[in-house]
Every structure is written in structure tokens, then in C-alpha cells.
Write a protein that binds this ligand. Sequence first.
Ligand SMILES: [Zn+2]
Length: 461
Amino acid sequence: MERHQENIANEAPVRKLGEVLLGLSMITSERLKYAQALEHQTGKRLCDILVEHRLVTAEDMAAAISVQLNMPLIDLKRHMIQPDALKLIPQETARKYNLIPLYIIGDSLIVVMSDPEDLLAIEEAKSQSKMWVQVALGIPSDINRAIDANYKPSAEIEKRILDKSLPLLSLPQLGFSADALKKYQAMLKSPYGMILVGGPAGSGKTTTLYASINELNRKERNIMTIEDPVEYCFADVKQTQVNPKAGLTFSNGLRALLRHDPDVVLVGEIRDKETAAMAVQACLTGHLVLSSIHANDAIGALFRLIDLGIEPYLIASTLVGVVAQRMVRRICTRCRVPYQPSAMEKAVYLDEIEHLPIIFYKGEGCNLCTDTSYGGRTGIFELLVMSENIGKMLTGNASYDDIRAQAIKEGMATLKRDGMLKVKEGITTIDEVVQAALTPGATISFFEGEVANGQRWDVIL
Ligand SMILES: [Zn+2]
């Protein structure tokens, strides 16, 4: 035994394996000699020859190698492959080297390999997963089965995502005004801090987040995501889908991503205290975090963060800005006609815009829009750029109304104002904007219903 250890570095591994097999009485010396002769003739590895010629079973061989290398032998039939571990190694690599990632433990990825001495494979697993790799031994046929069973459903899920994927729009296509677009693009240039997209469900937040990722320089900035679900696949961004059943949540997913030290992290949504705290922590340690938050408007997003347990001074020091948004329908371009709005509509419009436009438009209904008078949608946006003043007000427990007034003073166009500017441009109607921008606490309220003049809604000023 002493001699064996002494010579471990010089001794050819094949001889060691033979000794181990003999020591474990897994083979007779005659059969071993026969296999070694074949080894010299063919140049194949001894372990492969022994298994191919059925001189040793694959299970015995794995057990012998495990003894030889003093390495754990993993029975893959008894282990579940962790989905987030699987995502770190592409199927191609797994097949090429007959290996499969098993678990993430701390900073390490446990990789089960049929040939744990394949240093090239280990290097590739390290560079692809960007983690420390700890090698364990597996039976080759088990690894193959595990690759088939685990990567196949993954590929199907990805295909499903692609089939259903959102169209990837550029920021200018979303409907930002020229001023808001310029400000938002400047926000995206921040090296660190938090940018939030606020709005209710269905307001197009994810589309804006994806357009933002698309705007970022992905060659210079390493971007990672944790999403629920992944709705668009970027070729050059590492995206992860939360999987609460497997214990992968926004907060622990974000913690795991941060170990890779990305420059930018997209967190699909901040909806609990843990995720909010983790996102703020990420900003404080120099990351740019993009996320969405359920809030009616930009100022509402600040108060939502406070509700989620974030101290106002931390919001003041980490938040770069908030985009609040809604979707409105566009007037059908084929049946668009000028019309005279009612006095009520004009009043709502004038509440936001100082000058009457020359012409108001609406759709008459046609074949193209199946008589809906609308075709396609666009966003309306409210952009809050975090300023020193607003930070101070927030830290000093100023009210929603006071902070909102200050933001407007600093140039924030409200959702309603941005919407009415799109009315002015003949893109959408007053009706659409009022319905979309309706929020509790807004300066107007309305009730829906048929009234005598045929308007679908009425306004109470
Ligand atoms: Zn039409």
C-alpha cells in the first residue's frame, strides 16, 4: 500500500486499476493479462476494454474506479438532478464528455462523470458553469440515461417558451415620448442601482424590461436574469426561471445569480420582502438591478418598496428611477376620422394639455379592425428620475401627494399627460387614456355606462 501511494504520480493509471480490480477479486489475473494485451494492440482504455468484453460489469468497474481514485460513486437512479444545476452545463457538453451536473452546493457544482480524470471536461464544465466543479463518479449508461431524461424536458420547455415568446421590441417602439426615452436611456447607463417598471398586470412591464435588456450593451455588460416565466430567450443572456416546487424562488435565485457577479440582473418581479431586500443589497454591492413592481404609478412604486420593508434612505440611495406604464389601444389607421369631442372629453383633455390640438381623431370601424375602431396597442409612460430632493422628501416621510407634486415640478409627465399627448398626436383616444390611466387617487374619477349622447363613459370632475 505504501509503495502504491508513493508511486501514485508516476504510475500509469491503467496498472493501478488492474491492481484494484485484482484486489477486489473482480477479475482473475489471466483475464486481466488478456485485457492488457488488447489494450496495447488497440490503444483503447483498459476500463473500456474490460467492460466491452464483459470481463467486468459496468457497475463493478465504476466501483473499482471509485476505490482507485478515492471518489464517491453516485447512483443516479437514486438522485434527482437539480434543474438549476442542469442549466449550467449545456446538453452538448454533457454528451461530449458523458457527464451530468447534479447539484449546486454553495459555490460548487457537483458533476457526475464517467471519466473523472478527464481534465479537459472538468475545465470546460468550470468555464461554462462559472462555478467550482466537484467531480463524482457515475456509471456511463446511467449518465446517458440521465442526460436523455433531464435535458429532453428542458429542451421542450425552452421550445414552449420560444413558441409563446413575446415580440422583442426596441425602446423607441414601445411608445416613449422623445423626452422620456432620452431620460430612460440615460437611466440604463447607470453602472449600478435599481430601475423599476411599475404597473398592474397586463400593462406591458415585461415587454419594457426585455426592451431594456435589448438596449444594454450585452458585450460589455454581463447580464443575468431570474424570471417567472422566461418569455423571451436572449442568445447571450443567462436566463433562469423560478421554480418554487424545486425551491428556486426570486430571492434565493437572485442570491445564487449574484455569486456569478453579473453587471446587470433582471429580477422578473419584486413581490416579497426577501426579494426586495436582496435586490437593494445587490445595488449596494455595485450591481444594476432591473425589476418590475406591482404599483399604480411611479410614486406608488416608492411607497410599495417601503411596504416591503425597505428603509426610505436605502430607496433614496439605490433607486435610479421608476417607469410606470399602461397599454392603450391605437386608433385604427384605416378608418381614422376627425371628430368633435364632447365638452366632457375636452375638459378631461384640457386638464392635462394646455392647447387644443387642431383635430381630434377616432376610428369609425372597418373590416381591418373588425369594427372595433382600434388596431394594435402602444404604451403610455410616467417616468420618475430619482433626484436628491425626492430622496430627501422620502427620507423625511413626505406624503404621496407632495412627492408627486415635486416629481411633476422636476419634469415628470404623468401617465394621463403622456396619454393625452398621444391623443394630441392622433394615436389614441381620450376614452382609452382615461380608462388606462384610471387609478385610485387620480385627480378624476369616472363611472362606466351608456349615457344619452352615446359616450361609453362619463366623467365626474
Ligand atoms: Zn378600422
